[in-house]
Design a protein. Structure first.
Length: 223
C-alpha cells in the first residue's frame, strides 16, 4: 500500500504523513529529506550546486539512509546523523536548486521506489506523478501562500529565532516557483489525486478527511 502525499512547501505534508503512517502502521518516507541530504553533501564538498554533472554524479554515489519510526525518523549521510542539520537555511536553499537536476532526481526516485516497495506513506512533490504513479491513494495537499509561510516560520524559529515573516514568504515563493517550473517532474497534482486545501483547517480535521478517503479506497480494493 502506497499513500502518496504531494504538495508545496508548508502545506502540512510531514505532520499529516507521520500521522497517517502511525495510524496505518506503515513506513513513513519523507523524500524531501533525501534531496536535503544531497544538498548537504554538495555544501560539504567543493562542488558547485549549479554543476549538474558533478552534483548528479555525487547524488548517485552518496550514502543516504532514513531510519526509525514516523515520529523519530533519523537521516544519515555517509553514516553521520544529519537530521537537524538538513533543516538549516543553507541546506533548504541548496536543496531547492539540486532537486531541479534530472540526474539527481533519477538517483533519488530509484532509491524511493526501493524504499517503498513494502508499502509506505511517502511525501514529496512527484510521488503520485513519477515515483509511484500507481499509488493506492494520492493526496495533493495545499494551503494559502500566507498560511504556509506562517507555518514554515513557526518551524524555522525553532532553529533560527531571528527568522522573519517577510524572508520566509520570499523564500517559500521562490521555492514554489522552482518546484512548479522545473522541466523535470514539476510539482503538479496527478489527474487522480485528491486535492485538499488545508487553509483555515486544523491538522486533526484534515487528518480525519484523509483517513476517510484511505478507508473508502481500502474497502473498494478489498472488495
Ligand atoms: O519537502 P522539503 O521542503 O523538505 O523538500 C526539500 C526540497 O526538495 C524542496 O526544494 C523540493 C525538493 N523536493 C523535490 O523536488 N521532490 C520531492 N519528491 C521532494 C522534495
Amino acid at each position: 500500500m502506497i499513500i502518496a502525499i504531494d504538495g508545496p512547501s508548508g502545506a502540512g505534508k510531514s505532520t499529516l504523513g507521520r500521522m497517517l503512517a502511525r495510524e496505518l502502521k506503515l513506513l513513513y518516507i519523507d523524500t524531501g529529506s533525501m534531496y536535503r541530504a544531497v544538498a548537504l553533501a554538495v555544501l560539504e564538498s567543493s562542488i558547485n550546486a549549479d554543476d549538474d554533472i558533478a552534483v548528479g554524479s555525487l547524488a548517485s554515489r552518496v550514502d543516504i539512509e532514513l531510519a526509525g519510526d514516523p515520529d523519530s525518523m533519523r537521516v544519515t549521510l555517509e553514516g553521520e546523523d544529519v537530521t537537524d542539520r538538513i533543516r538549516d537555511e543553507d541546506v533548504t536553499h541548496t536543496s531547492s536548486i539540486v532537486s531541479t537536476i534530472p540526474a539527481v532526481r533519477r538517483a533519488m526516485v530509484k532509491r524511493q521506489r526501493e524504499l517503498g516497495q513494502r508499502g509506505a506513506v511517502m511525501n514529496g512533490r512527484d510521488i503520485g506523478t513519477v515515483v509511484f504513479p500507481d499509488a493506492m491513494v494520492k493526496f495533493f495537499l495545499t494551503a494559502d501562500l500566507e498560511e504556509r509561510a506562517e507555518r514554515r516560520l513557526a518551524e524555522e524559529r525553532e532553529h533560527n529565532p531571528s527568522a522573519t515573516y517577510e524572508e520566509t514568504l520570499e523564500d517559500i515563493t521562490d521555492r514554489d516557483r522552482r518546484d512548479t517550473t522545473r522541466a523535470d517532474s514539476p510539482l503538479v497534482a496527478a489527474d487522480d489525486a485528491i486535492v485538499i486545501d488545508s487553509s483555515g483547517q486544523s491538522i486533526e480535521e484534515v487528518f480525519q478527511r484523509m483517513m476517510t478517503f484511505v478507508r473508502e479506497k481500502a474497502d473498494s480494493v478489498d472488495g
